[in-house]
Design a protein around this ligand. Structure first.
Ligand SMILES: [Zn+2]
Length: 103
Protein backbone atom coordinates (compact mmCIF):
# COMPACT_ATOMS: atom_id res chain seq x y z
CA UNK A 1 0.00 0.00 0.00
CA UNK A 2 1.48 3.37 -1.04
CA UNK A 3 1.77 6.18 1.44
CA UNK A 4 1.04 4.08 4.48
CA UNK A 5 1.41 6.30 7.52
CA UNK A 6 0.92 3.77 10.26
CA UNK A 7 2.47 4.99 13.47
CA UNK A 8 4.19 2.14 15.25
CA UNK A 9 5.54 4.18 18.16
CA UNK A 10 5.03 2.48 21.49
CA UNK A 11 4.86 4.54 24.68
CA UNK A 12 7.38 3.45 27.32
CA UNK A 13 4.62 2.45 29.71
CA UNK A 14 2.69 0.34 27.20
CA UNK A 15 3.00 -2.76 29.32
CA UNK A 16 1.18 -1.19 32.27
CA UNK A 17 -1.54 0.11 29.91
CA UNK A 18 -2.54 -3.30 28.60
CA UNK A 19 -6.10 -4.32 29.46
CA UNK A 20 -6.81 -6.72 32.29
CA UNK A 21 -6.58 -10.23 30.79
CA UNK A 22 -9.90 -11.22 32.38
CA UNK A 23 -11.67 -8.29 30.70
CA UNK A 24 -9.94 -8.86 27.38
CA UNK A 25 -10.58 -12.59 27.18
CA UNK A 26 -14.17 -12.22 28.40
CA UNK A 27 -14.76 -9.93 25.44
CA UNK A 28 -12.99 -12.02 22.82
CA UNK A 29 -13.54 -15.68 23.71
CA UNK A 30 -16.60 -17.85 23.32
CA UNK A 31 -17.84 -20.09 26.13
CA UNK A 32 -15.32 -18.83 28.66
CA UNK A 33 -15.70 -20.98 31.75
CA UNK A 34 -15.20 -20.31 35.44
CA UNK A 35 -11.77 -19.40 36.75
CA UNK A 36 -10.08 -22.24 38.61
CA UNK A 37 -8.15 -21.68 41.83
CA UNK A 38 -4.92 -21.50 39.82
CA UNK A 39 -6.24 -18.59 37.77
CA UNK A 40 -6.86 -20.51 34.54
CA UNK A 41 -10.15 -20.89 32.68
CA UNK A 42 -11.19 -22.86 29.60
CA UNK A 43 -12.80 -21.49 26.45
CA UNK A 44 -13.37 -22.33 22.81
CA UNK A 45 -10.11 -21.97 20.87
CA UNK A 46 -10.46 -19.39 18.08
CA UNK A 47 -7.45 -20.81 16.23
CA UNK A 48 -8.91 -24.16 15.24
CA UNK A 49 -12.35 -25.62 14.75
CA UNK A 50 -12.96 -26.19 18.44
CA UNK A 51 -16.07 -27.65 20.01
CA UNK A 52 -14.82 -28.86 23.37
CA UNK A 53 -13.19 -25.78 24.93
CA UNK A 54 -9.57 -26.85 24.58
CA UNK A 55 -8.09 -23.36 25.06
CA UNK A 56 -6.69 -22.52 28.50
CA UNK A 57 -6.32 -18.86 29.43
CA UNK A 58 -4.87 -17.34 32.57
CA UNK A 59 -7.26 -14.64 33.75
CA UNK A 60 -5.46 -13.76 36.98
CA UNK A 61 -2.23 -11.81 36.65
CA UNK A 62 -1.05 -9.39 33.97
CA UNK A 63 0.42 -11.51 31.17
CA UNK A 64 -2.75 -13.25 30.08
CA UNK A 65 -1.04 -16.48 29.06
CA UNK A 66 -2.97 -18.85 26.83
CA UNK A 67 -2.38 -22.27 25.35
CA UNK A 68 -4.31 -24.73 23.27
CA UNK A 69 -3.45 -28.37 23.73
CA UNK A 70 -5.16 -29.29 20.46
CA UNK A 71 -3.63 -26.88 17.90
CA UNK A 72 -0.57 -25.89 19.92
CA UNK A 73 -1.19 -22.13 19.74
CA UNK A 74 0.18 -20.45 22.85
CA UNK A 75 1.69 -17.24 24.20
CA UNK A 76 0.59 -14.20 26.18
CA UNK A 77 -2.26 -11.75 25.66
CA UNK A 78 -0.28 -9.71 23.12
CA UNK A 79 0.52 -12.86 21.13
CA UNK A 80 -3.16 -13.83 21.29
CA UNK A 81 -4.17 -10.41 19.96
CA UNK A 82 -1.57 -10.67 17.17
CA UNK A 83 -2.87 -14.10 16.17
CA UNK A 84 -6.51 -13.00 16.33
CA UNK A 85 -6.07 -9.72 14.43
CA UNK A 86 -3.04 -10.69 12.30
CA UNK A 87 -1.41 -7.41 13.29
CA UNK A 88 2.37 -7.15 13.79
CA UNK A 89 3.60 -6.79 17.37
CA UNK A 90 3.69 -3.00 17.77
CA UNK A 91 0.37 -2.44 16.03
CA UNK A 92 -1.23 -5.18 18.10
CA UNK A 93 0.02 -3.51 21.30
CA UNK A 94 -1.21 -0.10 20.10
CA UNK A 95 -4.59 -1.66 19.36
CA UNK A 96 -4.73 -3.21 22.83
CA UNK A 97 -3.96 0.06 24.61
CA UNK A 98 -6.33 2.04 22.42
CA UNK A 99 -3.81 4.00 20.35
CA UNK A 100 -4.23 2.37 16.97
CA UNK A 101 -5.29 4.72 14.22
CA UNK A 102 -4.34 7.83 16.20
CA UNK A 103 -1.35 10.00 15.41
ZN1 LIG B 1 -6.63 -24.48 19.25
Amino acid sequence: MMGRTSNTYLPKDWHSRLPDPAAYYTQHLDKLGDVAANGWAMALCPFHDDYESSLSVKLIGIKGAYRCDTCGNHGDMVAFHMARTELPFKEAVRDLIGLRGRG
